[in-house]
Design a protein around this ligand. Structure first.
Ligand code: SF4
Ligand code: SF4
Length: 677
């Protein structure tokens, strides 16, 4: 007859498989079709990326290299913890295969008895019969358990004593820790009783160093060892069954399975900028994104690196909280417990509250760069917004923006016929710029630079540089429509289709080879969403080309500058070096980096359409960036984005004028200054 502990384990495993399958089915219900995802996964496994998959699994699911970059101690402890989990499972299953069996010899029985091997190990293996292997097994088994218990105590200390997590403690957090520790403690007591039961001598028993220690205490009492062993191993089986059942039902445990899947699913992402996936016919999410939502470790590292969270201190505005809230919404809609207990679906008020947090995120993606398992938070942000828009739970101001773009073709709702009014500010206004029917290069100006007086200096500088270099270029004038970026990232992708179509037609009519963008968001949109076969360059890249070709002649500048990486140019489009190379080309200029730069650069607060939700909030975020720039002692902050310039100028206007930095300029303005000498 099957032992009680193995029976418990069998029931726990079946429950784990059943509820796990339900969770996975939910991914496919909410997201893409089954066949497409499975097809992609199979293609990936049988491609040359297989080595990348293996490498990613070891480096970020077991060794936690990304996490170690943020915190070496945290990375080392979590890595040791996970390796020990895998280790204790592997070593017991391996030994269960090697030693003589009790009960049936079939693989299922071996699997069910393996976690309880120490309960019968000395019954089937005479003491000392397999020499060093026996001692190694006992030592490794106890060492792995010691590390897991230490890890759980460390997690509990951080969460309950230091209260480091931005999230409130839930039943799931407490039960995950209690279940794991209780299961291992009962297992250890079971091992210690078994050592006594089989009279294992200290020379061998001491390798099971934890169990041996407990056995020395138990020895002081008169006990019915056979009865105690039965009780302890049965309880250990029951707790293991509860643990297994909890894995798919408790998000703190479910990521044991989904965390590594996220790491593997992100392998194909690579570094290069890719076209955005078309809108899924079945919903806003891909299966990969559903896995990411479930895979979040709730480690809170995103919150530690989020400027928005540091201002709001509301976890609902950063991904650790956004994903937790979203998981809860999904579970209440589709999860097994909700269905069995007939829980109510989230109310409209709850969804509105959730939506408020989601729309405070600037989509800067700083958190994506530090997330230990590389969750693509920014893409998830867009997908969640798309779902919220489809259900009507989004800030009302977005309707004004949507209507403005639909009626005027710019986000400011101003007459688009005035889009090229900045041309008048050129020292040599060229009336033909908007009238050309053919050109080599098109300069796509963007809504904000076209209309906002604070940043019209940017297109004026770009146009002057192009004139200086003798480039045959045109602008679209009133035929330039919003690129669609603000709508796409608000979750209104469909509304941007017409804009894209019109812009592509106009640019194609001009027959240009190259389109140049001074707005990183326009550049990013054209790179990732526009289907057009021409060269797409940010102005930093094009200016660098003109300098290298000797078409722009730079004179020395005596100044110290620092550079701010705009999120949509740096992190989101991968352009870090071109602006720096341009700055370094200017003779006499002293360049100093900010403490956080490139992938870790701070956000100016001007992205993610946050300004539409709360007009003053971007200025609050920009203050953090200005403080960082101050550390460098540079007099000027150079950026390569009109929106960064706007928000930084706003923050700077509230600073004492004598304190550095005193100026914020666009890269084109800096280069023009050098050209003019
Ligand atoms: S999104 Fe990433 S960084 Fe943030 S809590 Fe989840 S796993 Fe941690
Ligand atoms: S994308 Fe930026 S603003 Fe949004 S949660 Fe991540 S770090 Fe914070």
């Amino acid at each position: 007859m099957i032992a009680l502990f193995a029976l418990f384990f069998a029931i726990g495993t079946a429950a784990c498989v059943f509820f796990g399958a339900w969770n996975i089915a939910t991914w496919f219900m909410v997201a893409d079709t089954f066949t497409r995802t499975v097809g992609n996964a199979i293609r990936l496994v049988f491609s040359r990326k297989i080595l990348d998959l293996v490498k990613a699994f070891f480096s970020n699911s077991l060794l936690f290299i990304r996490l170690s970059r943020e915190s070496a101690i945290r990375g080392a402890i979590i890595s040791a913890f996970l390796i020990s989990y895998v280790g204790v499972i592997l070593i017991n299953h391996l030994m269960a295969e090697i030693v003589p069996k009790i009960g049936p010899e079939d693989p299922i029985a071996v699997f069910l008895y393996a976690p309880f091997l120490p309960s019968y190990f000395f019954e089937v293996v005479p003491v000392g019969a397999i020499g060093a292997l026996e001692n190694l097994y006992g030592f490794a088994d106890n060492l792995f358990m010691a590390v897991i218990i230490f890890g759980e105590v460390w997690f509990a200390y951080r969460r309950f004593v230091l209260k480091e997590s931005p999230l409130k403690t839930t039943f799931a957090d407490v039960s995950a820790i209690i279940l794991t520790v209780a299961w291992l403690l009962f297992r250890l007591v079971g091992e210690s009783v078994s050592l006594l039961q089989y009279n294992v001598p200290p020379s061998i028993g001491s390798y099971w160093f934890l169990a041996y220690g407990i056995s020395q205490v138990l020895k002081l009492f008169t006990l019915d060892l056979a009865y105690l062993a039965y009780a302890m191993w049965s309880l250990s089986g029951l707790l293991l069954a509860l643990f297994m059942t909890s894995i798919p039902l408790n998000s703190k445990l479910w990521h044991i399975f989904t965390g590594p899947l996220v790491v593997l699913a992100n392998v194909p992402r690579g570094q290069e900028l890719k076209k955005i996936e078309p809108l899924s016919p079945t919903g806003a999410f891909s299966v990969k994104q559903m896995v990411e939502i479930d895979g979040c470790l709730t480690c809170g590292i995103c919150a530690d690196n989020c400027e928005v969270y540091s201002e709001t201190t509301n976890p609902g505005t950063v991904y650790v909280g956004i994903l937790k809230n979203f998981r809860s919404i999904m579970r209440r809609r589709h999860g097994p417990i909700a269905k069995i207990l007939r829980q109510e679906e989230p109310t409209s008020t709850e969804l509105k509250l959730f939506s408020r947090g989601v729309y405070y995120c600037t989509l800067c993606a700083r958190c994506r760069e530090v997330c230990p398992i590389g969750i693509d938070t920014r893409s998830l942000g867009r997908a969640i917004r798309e779902l919220l828009v489809s259900e009507g739970h989004y800030p009302a101001n977005f309707n004004m923006m949507k209507d403005a773009v639909a009626s005027t073709h710019n986000v400011l709702g101003l007459p688009n016929s005035e889009r090229a009014m900045w041309v008048e500010y050129l020292p040599n206004p060229d009336e033909t710029l908007t009238k050309k029917t053919r050109a080599e290069v098109a300069y796509f100006v963007g809504c904000m630079s076209s209309f906002s007086p604070t940043v019209q200096d940017v297109p004026v500088a770009v146009a002057q540089l192009l004139q200086h270099a003798g480039v045959d270029f045109a602008i679209l004038g009133e035929n330039e429509w919003c690129c669609g970026y603000p709508l796409v990232w608000a979750g209104m992708r469909k509304e941007a289709e017409e804009l894209r179509k019109s812009n592509i037609e106009r640019i194609t009519e001009l027959g240009v080879k190259t389109a140049v963008f001074s707005c990183p968001s326009c550049y990013h949109s054209w790179k990732t969403e526009y289907d057009i076969d021409i060269e797409i360059l940010h102005h930093s890249q094009y200016i660098l080309r003109l300098i290298r070709e000797g078409k722009i002649h730079l004179k020395p500048l005596d100044a110290t500058v620092t550079y701010h990486d705009p999120c949509d140019l740096g992190r989101n489009s991968g352009v870090y070096e071109a602006p720096r190379d341009v700055i370094r080309s200017i003779p006499g200029l002293s360049f100093t980096e900010m403490r956080f730069n490139r992938e870790k650069a701070l956000c100016c607060g001007g992205g993610g359409d946050v300004e539409v939700v709360d007009e003053n909030f971007p200025g609050t975020i920009a203050k953090q960036l200005i403080s960082l720039a101050k550390e460098t002692g540079a007099g000027t902050v150079v950026t390569a984005c009109q929106q960064c310039k706007r928000t930084m100028l706003k923050a700077l206007s509230k600073e004492a004028p004598e304190r550095s930095p005193q100026k914020v300029v666009d890269l084109a303005e800096l280069v023009l200054k050098s050209v003019e000498g």
